[in-house]
Design a protein around this ligand. Structure first.
Ligand code: SAH
Length: 418
C-alpha cells in the first residue's frame, strides 16, 4: 500500500514509560461500579478531582477509585459528558502505538474468524468502537478502501498511530476519514473528512454483498456510506421476496429493495425523502442488471406516502420499514413510540393477507421489548393477526460487548400478517 504519511502532530502522546507524568482522575466514592464491571464510560459527575497537570484533550489519564486504587487508563474528554473512555482496566498496560496496533489486530482477527457464510461481502465493519476496546473508533471496509470515523477525543488524539497500524495490518488502496458526525461536537472536535492514507476513494466505491452490487458514496453518504449493519437483514428480506410486490420504505440507496428484486420480487416501490439517495438507488438498480420498469422511486415523506397508499387502496406482499433513529434522547421516547406505531400501523394496513413486514428501529434508547409492544399495538389497531417469524439484529461484524449494552441499537421483527 502506498501510504501517504500524514503527520498529525509533532509530539507523540506520552507512552506509559512516563506514567509518572500522567494525570490521575480520582472517582467519587461509589462511582467505580461501572468500571469494575468493565463498562468503558465514566461520566463527568463520576470524577471527583484530578491530580497532576491538567490533561489536554484526548490525553491518557490514570483512573483511581476514591481509595486510590488504580482502575485502569482512559482518554480524557473535557468537553463531553462522557468525561473518560477507558482504554484498559489494567493501569500497568502501556497505551502507545503498539497498544493500538494490538487492539486493531484483535478486531481484524474477530472478523477473519467469522464463519465464511457470514461474510459473503467485501464491505464490513472491521472495528466497532467500544465493543472492540477502541471507544469512538469505527473502521468500515468498502472493497479496497477503509473508511474511518473518529468520534471521541481519545481516538482522535491517536489518529496517526491508528492509521499507520491499519495500513500495516490491512493493506488497502486508501484510508478515508468520515469524522463529520454530530457527536464530535459533544467532544469539542470539529467535523473532518479527508484522505488519511493512500488514494482518494472514487465518487462511488462498488461493493458486493450477498450477490448484489451497490455503489457506495463514502464521501457524502450516511454514516461511512452504507448501512452495513443491515446486511443479514437484507438477506432475510431477499429470502422472503420471491414473487412478492415489495414496498421499501426509508429506502436510502435501495439496499433492501434491490436485494429483494434480485431474489425474484415482482416489483419494488422505494420511498425516501432524499432525492440523491433515490438517484443512487436507481443507479444501483441498473448496476445489478435489473429491469428498471419493475422499480418505482418515490421522493416523499413515508408518513404521508403510506397514508396516500392506504387511501388509494394500494397493497403490497412485503413491506420493509427501516426508519432513521427517532429517539435522540430520553425526552423523545414517547413521541418516537407514536411515530413507530404510526408507520407500523400503516404498513400493516397495506399488507395483503399472508403479507410480510420487516420492521426495524435503530434507536438505542428503545429496547427490543418496547419495540415489540409497539408493533403489537399497531397490529391490534390494524385488526391484523400477526405472527413473529424472526427477530432481527445487527450483523455479526457489528460485534457487541456484554459489558457495553449501549452497543446494541438495531432491532427488527419479521412478521407475517394473516
Ligand atoms: N434501509 C436503508 C437504510 C435506511 S436509512 C438501507 O438498508 O440502506 C433511513 C432513510 O430514511 C434515509 O435514507 C433518510 O433519507 C430516510 N428518511 C428519513 N426520514 C424520512 C421520512 N420521514 N420519509 C422518508 N424517508 C425518510
Amino acid at each position: 500500500m502506498t501510504v501517504r504519511a500524514v503527520i498529525f502532530r509533532l509530539a507523540t502522546p506520552g507512552s506509559l514509560a512516563d506514567t509518572a507524568r500522567m494525570t490521575t482522575a480520582i472517582l467519587k466514592r461509589g462511582r467505580d461500579h461501572t468500571i469494575t464491571r468493565r463498562h468503558p464510560w465514566i461520566f463527568s459527575g463520576g470524577v471527583d478531582r484530578l491530580e497532576g497537570e491538567a490533561p489536554a484533550v484526548g490525553d491518557t489519564v490514570i483512573v483511581q477509585d476514591a481509595d486510590g486504587q488504580p482502575l485502569g487508563l482512559g482518554a480524557w474528554s473535557p468537553a463531553s459528558q462522557i468525561r473518560i473512555r477507558m482504554w484498559t482496566f489494567d493501569a500497568a498496560q502501556p497505551v502507545d502505538a503498539a497498544f493500538f496496533e494490538a487492539r486493531l489486530a484483535a478486531a481484524l482477527a474477530v472478523r477473519a474468524a467469522l464463519p465464511e457464510a457470514w461474510r459473503n461481502t467485501d464491505a464490513l465493519r472491521l472495528v466497532n468502537a467500544e465493543a472492540d476496546g477502541l471507544p469512538g473508533l469505527v473502521v468500515d471496509r468498502y472493497g479496497d478502501f477503509l473508511v474511518c470515523s473518529f468520534a471521541a477525543a481519545g481516538v482522535d488524539r491517536w489518529k496517526a498511530e491508528i492509521v499507520a497500524a491499519l495500513g500495516k495490518l490491512h493493506p488497502c488502496a486508501g484510508i478515508y476519514e468520515r469524522s463529520d458526525l454530530d457527536v464530535r461536537e459533544h467532544e469539542g472536535l470539529p467535523p473532518v473528512t479527508s484522505v488519511l492514507a493512500g488514494a482518494e476513494p472514487p465518487p462511488l466505491v462498488e461493493i458486493h454483498e450477498n450477490g448484489c452490487r451497490y455503489g457506495v458514496d463514502v464521501h457524502q453518504g450516511h454514516k461511512t456510506g452504507f448501512y452495513l449493519d443491515q446486511r443479514d437483514n437484507r438477506a432475510v428480506v431477499a429470502a422472503c421476496a420471491t414473487g412478492r410486490c415489495v414496498l421499501n420504505a426509508f429506502a436510502y440507496t435501495g439496499g433492501f429493495g434491490i436485494a429483494a428484486l434480485k431474489a425474484g420480487a415482482t416489483s419494488v416501490t422505494h420511498v425516501d425523502l432524499s432525492a440523491p439517495s433515490l438517484a443512487l438507488a436507481k443507479e444501483n438498480t441498473t448496476r445489478n442488471g435489473l429491469d428498471a420498469a419493475t422499480s418505482e422511486f418515490i421522493e416523499g415523506n413515508v408518513f404521508e406516502v403510506l397514508r396516500k397508499f392506504r387511501d388509494a387502496r394500494r397493497a403490497f406482499d412485503l413491506v420493509v420499514l427501516d426508519p432513521p433513529k427517532f429517539v435522540e434522547s430520553k425526552g423523545h421516547l414517547m413521541a418516537a413510540c407514536r411515530g413507530y406505531k404510526d408507520i407500523n400501523l400503516l404498513a400493516l394496513k397495506l399488507l395483503r393477507p399472508g403479507g410480510i413486514l420487516a420492521t426495524f428501529s435503530c434507536s438505542g434508547l428503545l429496547g427490543p421489548d418496547l419495540f415489540q409492544k409497539i408493533v403489537g399495538e399497531a397490529a391490534l389497531d390494524a385488526r391484523r393477526n400477526v405472527q413473529i417469524l424472526r427477530r432481527l439484529a445487527q450483523a455479526p461484524d457489528h460485534v457487541e460487548s456484554l459489558a457495553f449494552p449501549e452497543g446494541l441499537y438495531l432491532k427488527g421483527l419479521l412478521v407475517r400478517a394473516e
